[in-house]
Design a protein around this ligand. Sequence first.
Ligand code: KIV
Ligand code: ZN
Length: 512
Amino acid sequence: MARRVKIFDTTLRDGEQAPGCSMNLQEKLEVAKQLERLGVDVIEAGFAIASPGDFAAVKEVADMIKNCTVASLARALPKDIDAAYEAVKGAVNPRIHTFIATSDIHMQYKLRMSPDKVLEQAVDAVRYAKKYCHDIEFSAEDASRSNPEFLYRIFEAVIDAGATVINVPDTVGYTTPNEFFELITKIRNNVPNIDKVDISVHCHNDLGLAVANTLAAAQAGATQLECTINGLGERAGNAALEEIVMNLYTRRDIYQLEHAIDTTQIYRSSRLISSLTGVQVQPNKAIVGANAFAHESGIHQHGVLANKSTYEIMTPESIGLSTNRMVLGKHSGRHAFEDRLKSLGYQLSKEKLDEVFQSFKELADRKKVVSDRDIEALVAGGVGSFPEAYQLSRLVINSGNTITSTATVKLTKSDQQKEIEEVSTGDGPVDAAFKAIDRIVDLEFELVDYSLRSVTEGKDAQGEVLVKIRKADQHFTGRGLSTDIVEASVKAYLNAKNKMLYEFSLLSEVGE
Ligand code: KIV
Ligand code: ZN
């Protein structure tokens, strides 16, 4: 029988930790729900001691998720472990994930500790964590640059202290597939009690080898693979979940490994992460890039039409990418819409369904044919919703190539049901509209990113705009969707500002 590997997702911890990828609490909960639907074995929900926001997110994920283990990261320190346990204790399957660096470089320059002291602190941390819960993961940070003899010693000791998983991170993305295969093999052969635990790997992508290294480790006997959706993560990111899983699936003849991932949830997970973080997926990215299943050249199109297997090694349907383009229109009723959502794999609450159906009706008024991609974009629009302080009531634009653009924007302030209108000129319609909004909602921040893409092809396609703003070290991503790109831009800008207002009001409630 094929061996089963566990998939450990750290999008909410290592992914979210990357600059500009932060998500608010509601968004993290939506991601966690999607990861549960995707079928990951472990969700690393955050680093509980890092901030009150991180703690709250880990706790709420732990209390909500039923079918995955929920882990929190903790340095090998009692106060970190206390916070981690406090946050995950409500989970059906809680895990504390503690780590300390084991490479000479890290021990000497970062920790300023001898190997013996590091080993002692690691063992103490695992013993301490074990008082709280059964499932303890121990990571030897920078393992791939550590002395293997020291790794054998520390792994043996933490397993004796009660670790259930030992993790071998390639923290700086330095190793190669052959070297990593050998390291895992040597750990298996030289740590006497290794059979009692899962061997995990955690690869970064600095040299573009994170997925290859992870797969090599799986072939060498690793039983848990750590990864993130879209390969999100610090610097060049982490190993991409979708690439690992689709390799295991497409080349099962080679790997002969089983996993519990529902691959048809991959596309949706990828879209969700990119719209919540504002980090777009490059078009030629494997598996989830916009071009991953596009066949442009005549020769390829001819081949695919004659027989898909000529150029397609996996189907778009296998990752949940619908190829159905003619779906619904303005005469489609709620039943048909609900049916379509169900067959796309969405289970929405009644409230959310009402909201999305309303947006669908508005879209169907503007667009002849509403495709599955449009519907997916509409659903993603309602994700992680929070009370918006300002709403767009009216937008009038006067623009052209020979005149100065002018925008009139009217917003409703939700708590007072008051309408406020402002007019501004600007360098183009988007700039004019943003300036008019700034006159109404006057906040200090820096605009760090603006991007526009079309959801589908065609002149009447919906434009999806992502706007990222920053205040101090906090980023807020706003998303706007419309067949009119200026309106989409205004919605995205307002959404980002509303998020900022909301987060700051929460922080002032917790006294930050
Ligand atoms: O990259 C790394 O070493 C980590 C550990 C904390 C597991 O993220
Ligand atoms: Zn990492």
